[in-house]
Design a protein around this ligand. Sequence first.
Ligand code: BES
Ligand code: MN
Ligand code: ZN
Length: 501
Amino acid sequence: MEFNIKSGNPEKQRTACVVVGVFESRQLSTPAKAIDAVSKKYLSNLIRRGDMNGAKGQYLLLHNVPGMVADRVLLIGCGKEREIDDRNYRIIMANSIRVLNKTGSLDGVNYLSELTIKGHDHYWNIRQAVQIAEHVLYQFNEFKTKKQKNKRPLRKITFTVPTRRELPQCEIALQEGRAIANGIKLTRDIANRPSNVCTPTHLAQQATALAKGRRALTVKILEEADMKKLGMGSLLCVAQGSDRPAKLITLEYKGAKKSQRPVVLVGKGVTFDTGGISLKPASAMDEMKYDMCGAASVLGTLATVVELGLAINVVGIIPAVENMPSGKATNPGDIFTSMSGLTVEVLNTDAEGRLILCDAITYSEKFNPAVIIDIATLTGACVVALGKYATGLLSNHNPLARELLNAGDESFDRAWQLPLWDEYQQLLDSPFADMANIGGRDAGTITAACFLSRFAEKHYWAHLDIAGTAWLSGKNKGATGRPVALLVQYLLNQVAQPRRK
Ligand code: BES
Ligand code: MN
Ligand code: ZN
């Protein structure tokens, strides 16, 4: 999609469709009032007759509106003007894009970006608008032989701002919005691929493709033999049941001075999680192809960082494995030594995410990280606790947690913090090894994070559990691209005010 911004009068727009808002009840927005004026009260007459009252979700498509240069006018119900917060803005904007796309218009000028949203400026509106438009129009067709083709697809959307003064700042919003949307799309595409295509090798190829031709980004792939030399017994004990070889992928982005310590992003890349010998039940097991969404979000975030050329150093680390039962697989009770030297009793082979992440975290120490953030579809318990709206956040450093929570609020890709108190650590006690890999029924998301925290003690570290937020189930099944928007916002904020050490 091509995006533009401008400021100007709706009646003068030479376009297939002008999109404006109507508030509940029967209040015209400022641009709608302008159209009403040039059309001799065409809109207010329609509204008085009851064709539309402005409720959220309503819309009305009009042709040949008097006084208008544009072919069509699309009225979008915005609900009560006072109630338009960030969430409602996103819903309204999404509705407008969906409808606009179905009108047959090849382009449109959308005035909804001029709405006033509590706590936000037009920079935010524009950036969100671009992301929402790309989100709504996203389709995953790679495996359809007959692609659904819109015969008259929307090609260009122009968003408006009320004053010319805002154009320079909103031009930046447009550029950032595009880059974030591209990163999210990459994440969704990779995540949606089935496990017979999206293997650990495929993830390595995707990382290699991302780095290709980009000087600031370098890639390094470790094979199982390399990992064995490094002593990654924990990661390899997950990989050993699969015929598909594990990969440890490192992407290094250098956007700042060498001396600036990098933000390290570690993404869980389990390309399929059967549970291993602790086999999962059959129902909805297909969704465990999404167990690499953390990895996909690291790739998407780095794609955005590269596109924006952010002045920051970022390292992406992806432990990529498949968790399978087989004659070679790990059995419950087996004990392994992790790269850190700590030993782990694997009581449940389905708690595999932490087993690959712990070695990836230890490996990440060689980059002298400013902070380590891991992103993982780690626990079903997180879905029980927070549902599909909030990402679970746990951290050993409260200022870092705060920054991530704020980045989530700002980007509307929100997270919610859970405690990481010492009391929970004892749930991981093992009679035979330094720790067990599960902590029993209680507080599953917290004990998973407790496990990881033992490998991150020397660093500022945060963990994002995206088990509930990375994909949707049911009739809207598909990857969401979360938490790319959160991570990019965090990095953007770091560039603005680098963390002092
Ligand atoms: N990948 C799963 C977590 C998961 C399950 C995410 C369902 C989204 C939906 C993870 O590897 C797992 O199996 N975790 C176990 C941990 C348990 C054995 C302690 C779980 O959550 O049941
Ligand atoms: Mn599992
Ligand atoms: Zn898993």
